[in-house]
Design a protein around this ligand. Sequence first.
Ligand SMILES: Cc1cc2nc3c(=O)[nH]c(=O)nc-3n(C[C@H](O)[C@H](O)[C@H](O)COP(=O)(O)OP(=O)(O)OC[C@H]3O[C@@H](n4cnc5c(N)ncnc54)[C@H](O)[C@@H]3O)c2cc1C
Length: 314
Amino acid sequence: MKTGARSETRIETQTQTRQSRLVDRLGGGLLFDQPLSELCSFGVGGPLQYLYKPGTTRELQDALLIASELAMPTRFVGLGSRVLAGDWGFKGLGIRLGGALAQVAVDPQDPRYLLVGAGCPIETLLPQALEHGIDASCLAGLTGSLGGALLAGDPGYDAELRTLIDSAEVIDREGQVRWVVRARSQTIARLGGFAALTRVRLGPRDPDLDTELAAARAKACQEFRQAFRPEGPFLGPIFKNPEGQLASHLVDRAGLRGARIGQAQFSLVQSNYLVNLGGATARDALELMDLATYRVKRKLGCSLQLEVQLMGAF
Ligand SMILES: Cc1cc2nc3c(=O)[nH]c(=O)nc-3n(C[C@H](O)[C@H](O)[C@H](O)COP(=O)(O)OP(=O)(O)OC[C@H]3O[C@@H](n4cnc5c(N)ncnc54)[C@H](O)[C@@H]3O)c2cc1C
């Protein structure tokens, strides 16, 4: 056998061994070659080698431990509005929270509080929080999961969350589960030092909450956000706002509002978002992002940093 063929066989065997160990440990919950285009809101992305949807903190803890033992690249995908997945997919383990980690429950220890899985879509959470006497209207109109919102959220959003979040459950980098209390969880986006956000304790309920007023606040907030959001599949915000500036204004001033490569376009509604006009590729999106970075630097002398996370091979 030639050397090339031999090393190919060895890599194949190693992959099979890794796969069988992963299957053994995670059981039937593992899915193979799922299209990332269906997991990310922009609707692009090749196959995800392994997808796991843990339904409990314990399951997630085990999955992270196994992935670490196997030295397997691991990424979280909430609802994927800030993740650009490559056309050639991602080799490794993708985790999307499921079961109780994507649901809302009353805290059995203290029914004034709600325990919300970090994977819970904000749209699902809002009406349940209101019904429970918790005003979560500051989250209305956000399209992602609660975990994604807290982790991808600009630190400027912390003030709005301060009254809402009591504490958060995280799995730290050593694999230990711990609760971060309110004083710290308000800075959860910047806290770092943990591998996963699993659940968030919201409350306490306000027995005197004017639910009509809170619902009206949520509606206003939703309408406001919707007015600045593109129609159809979108990705963003693409760039972080540089100190004292808005990334969308910089993209505008660089003459790129509405600029298009292939089927990806800087939104006409808000230039810090990309829209998928139908059949865009990750490569189209990446090229547009590179173009904006280059033009903004050249024309305006300002360095743009990516806010979206890149995942996999482009
Ligand atoms: C109060 C508030 C106001 C906001 N206002 C706006 C706004 O006006 N406009 C706007 O565009 N955005 C806003 N955001 C941010 C917006 O909510 C998020 O971009 C969006 O919700 C992301 O959710 P997602 O599920 O799509 O996250 P994803 O894009 O799936 O994930 C985002 C990142 O978090 C990681 N991640 C996700 N879940 C977990 C987890 N459980 N554990 C570890 N890592 C995880 C992912 O790997 C990825 O890196 C706001 C956020 C807050 C909190």
